[in-house]
Every structure is written in structure tokens, then in C-alpha cells.
Design a protein around this ligand. Structure first.
Ligand SMILES: *Cc1c(COP(=O)(O)O)cnc(C)c1O
Length: 430
């Protein structure tokens, strides 16, 4: 499959190049040249397919021929070596738990898939690639874990000092090997600005191959479409009309869900559930797209003022506002709403949700008011103990830490403190 730049001022390129470059030379996001729907027989037969068989069939067209089928089979099997259970809360609402991976965030799947693709492309170790990534928390841990030990790939993670949780900091700073953590004396926006400057710095880019590992990268974005198929497999025999509520920040995950729908997955509707960073909610009301600086909330992985993947959703719907609006609804919720939802889910269903999942739950409830017959699945994008302070404060019950988290808490942090872009550049060039 070849990819074109959404800015339409760069040549089309292969999957391999799109993964290695991250962003097109004209700064546009890459998008596949075509989307070929899967046979109806694939969906009819989904009960008999394993997760890796589903994933293999779904992603094949986007990565071939550069990743041969035998290699792709191994990549999806390695990537998906944990569970994706659906938990039913009531007849109208279920949650799809995406937090059973090594860092207990849904970003594990995309990070692991991308790492394995890059590892394959770099197997001869001819040209080392440096993955440079800024994180406000979850991305860094998933990327660090996903890329650990991949030959020919170095990972440099920038995170804002004192602004990630203890658990998240441990997940970033304790792995060693090809993973380096830079602790930035500044905010997440400072980290992101440094990364952007680095990608535009010709002295750097002529010396090294830099790439990104956030959801602008097609190899991190596309595998997220698997989730929606896994949920469908678990629910389609019970419910005819399945909709998804996706807690959204950069809109990579929901856009991948829409790709699954484009591949023929029988889903009727998507709900983009936002915290108070609600540029898309406002867009669907007013047709005016007005990005704003982000606001800090308790669902902080969704604190995004200018969602980078929304442009891909517009592309899928051919930039037609009415088509987009008929397929996607969007709602925005405050921190107070979110806390009440965590408590309500706990009291009514004895289920502990994290703040992001709780926003998704609220999206389901809002949609069900107008569409009482559908079955709404909200994505639980992180394990609740990753947001321990909020969750324990709301439900007044101590949570025990899962094994994946306990195992990093005892390790020693190793990070290099930096303050300026010159510090970063000096570090990369040495
Ligand atoms: C990244 C993240 C999100 C938002 O996903 P997008 O693809 O950026 O919309 C939601 N919840 C959690 C826990 C995340 O880490």
C-alpha cells in the first residue's frame, strides 16, 4: 500500500517510508491511497477467528508488500499477546478493557506493532533510527516498553519534570538498554515544542534518521482498528446495533475505529467523548473548527487542544460535514461529571473505571438518551490504578496495584535533566 500526504504537497510513498519518516516532507499526515473492504464472509466467520487471525486479515492490505505475510503473522501474534475482554455493565452499556498490556494503557498495541515493524525494516541494522517522543504520561511508557531491545532503534523520550505520575515516571525511566529518558525542566508543551524543533533542524536530520512514535505515525495509528473488531466478535451475537464511545484526545483511536468501519465492520455510530478540551464537540455544533490551548483535567491523556488525527477523519468523510456529523456524535464532560461517573459506575455495577473510561461511559449515556435501543461500548483506555489518586479519592476504597505496575515501582529511575533545545540537540548529536 502506498500513502499520500494530507497536505498533498509531497510525493506518495511506501508503508516502509511512511513508518520511518513519521510525517511527510510537507508536514502532512500520511493516509492510505485506498481502503479495500474485507469480504462479508470474514465478518460472518469472525467467531472462528483468533485475535491474531482477525488482525492479520484486517491490516494486511496496509503493510504489504513491504512486510511479507509470514513476518506479519509473527508481528501481530507478538503484539497481541494479552486479553481484550468486554465487560457488560447492563443491557445497553459494555466496556472494552484495553489495559491488559505491559504498561496497562491502550497505547501498548500501537507501540508494540510499530516497534516490530521498524525492527523488521531495520533488521540489517544498516541505518539506525532514533525515535523521538514527547509524553505527558502514557505514550512514553508504552513506547519505551514496546521498543525495548529492538535492534537498530534508539528511543529518546522527553517528559515534563514533576508532571507525570510516579508510576508513569518509573515506566519511562527504569528500562535502560536502547531507551533513554530526558527529564525536561518545563511543561509537556515545552517537550513537544523541542521535539518539533528537532524534526525541522537540518543539522540534526542530516546526521540521523529521526522518527516519531505518536499516533501521527501510521504504524502506531492503524493497529488500533483491531480493538473494534475484537469487541464486535464478543458482542455481535447478542446485539444488532453496536456503537462505540471513544474517550478522545488526539483522535487517533476513534479514527482507527472509523477505519474498521470502512473495512466493513458493521458498526452504526461513533461517539467522540471529550473532557473540557472539546474542539470537536464544538465543531459538530457550530461547524467551526477552532483549536485552543489545552486545559488540564483529571483525564489528562485527553488534554489536547488541537487533535492531530481529526484531519484523517475529515479525509475519510471526504471533508463533508454532514456525512461526518451523521456518523459521529460528540459530547464534552467536566471533571465533576467524570468523578460522579466513576462513583456511579462503582455503586451501580461494582466496576472501577479510570477517568478516561468514565468520560466514555458518559458519552454512552448521553447517546442512549436519544437512541435507547443501541448497545454502546465505551473503551476503557487505561487501568484505574494508573490514576490512583483520583480513583481512590472518589470511591473511597484502596486499590491494589497490578503485577505489571508493582514490578516497575521497585526499580531505580535513570534520567538526564535538560532545560533547553540546545541541551536536547547536544544530547542527540553526541
Ligand atoms: C492517549 C489516550 C487517550 C486518547 O487517545 P487518542 O487516540 O489520542 O484520542 C485516551 N485515554 C488514555 C488513557 C490515553 O492514554
Amino acid at each position: 500500500m502506498n500513502y499520500y500526504s494530507l497536505n498533498k504537497k509531497a510525493p506518495n510513498t511506501t508503508f516502509k517510508n511512511a513508518v520511518i519518516k513519521g510525517l511527510a516532507p510537507d508536514k502532512g499526515l500520511y493516509f492510505p491511497e485506498s481502503i479495500r473492504p474485507l469480504d462479508k464472509a470474514f465478518f460472518d466467520n469472525i467467531d472462528n477467528l483468533s485475535h491474531s487471525e482477525i488482525a492479520f486479515e484486517a491490516i494486511k492490505q496496509f503493510v504489504s508488500p513491504e512486510i511479507p505475510e509470514t513476518v506479519l503473522k509473527t508481528i501481530v501474534e507478538d503484539t497481541l499477546s494479552f486479553e481484550f475482554p468486554v465487560v457488560k455493565l447492563n443491557e445497553n452499556i459494555s466496556t472494552l478493557e484495553l489495559f491488559h498490556g505491559p504498561t496497562m494503557a491502550f497505547k501498548d498495541v500501537g507501540a508494540r506493532f510499530m516497534a516490530r515493524c521498524l525492527g523488521y525494516f531495520n533488521k540489517d541494522n544498516a541505518n539506525e533510527v532514533t525515535v523521538l517522543v514527547a509524553t505527558s504520561g502514557d505514550t512514553g511508557g508504552a513506547v519505551a516498553n514496546g521498543f525495548l531491545g529492538v535492534k537498530g532503534v534508539n528511543v529518546v523520550i522527553l517528559y515534563p519534570s514533576g508532571k507525570v505520575s510516579d508510576i508513569q515516571e518509573k515506566q519511562l525511566t527504569t528500562l535502560g538498554q536502547n531507551i533513554t529518558a530526558l527529564e525536561v525542566n518545563g511543561t509537556f508543551d515545552d517537550c513537544q515544542a523541542m521535539v518539533k524543533t528537532a524534526f525541522l533542524d537540518q543539522e540534526l536530520t542530516s546526521n540521523m534518521q529521526l522518527t516519531s512514535a505518536n499516533s501521527i505515525n501510521v504504524a502506531r495509528w492503524l493497529p488500533q482498528l483491531f480493538y473494534f473488531m475484537f469487541a464486535y466478535k464478543q458482542l455481535h451475537n447478542q446485539y444488532d446495533d453496536i456503537v462505540f464511545s471513544v474517550p478522545s484526545g488526539n483522535f487517533g483511536n476513534i479514527c482507527a475505529g472509523i477505519m474498521a468501519q470502512q473495512l466493513g465492520l458493521p458498526i452504526t455510530h461513533f461517539i467522540a467523548s471529550n473532557n473540557e478540551n472539546n474542539v470537536v464537540t464544538r465543531y459538530l455544533q457550530s461547524q467551526l473548527y477552532e483549536p485552543k490551548p489545552s486545559i488540564q483535567t483529571i483525564s489528562n491523556a485527553m488534554d489536547v487542544g488541537a487533535p492531530s488525527n481529526f484531519i484523517r477523519i475529515q479525509e475519510i468523510y471526504k471533508n463533508k460535514f454532514e456525512t461526518l456529523k451523521s456518523n459521529i456524535s460528540s459530547y464534552s464532560f467536566s471533571d465533576e461529571d467524570t468523578k460522579s461517573a466513576i462513583l456511579e459506575i462503582y455503586n451501580n455495577y461494582n466496576y472501577v473505571a479510570d477517568p478516561h473510561g468514565a468520560v466514555g461511559y458518559l458519552g454512552c449515556k448521553a447517546h442512549l438518551k436519544e437512541n435507547p435501543k443501541v448497545h454502546c461500548v465505551f473503551l476503557e483506555t487505561a487501568h484505574p490504578t494508573k490514576f490512583l489518586d483520583v480513583v481512590e479519592d472518589v470511591i473511597k476504597e484502596e486499590q491494589s496495584l497490578p503485577e505489571q505496575i508493582q514490578s516497575v515501582m521497585g526499580r531505580d529511575k535513570v534520567a538526564t535533566l535538560i532545560s533547553t533545545y540546545e541541551d536536547l540537540k547536544g544530547f542527540l548529536l553526541k
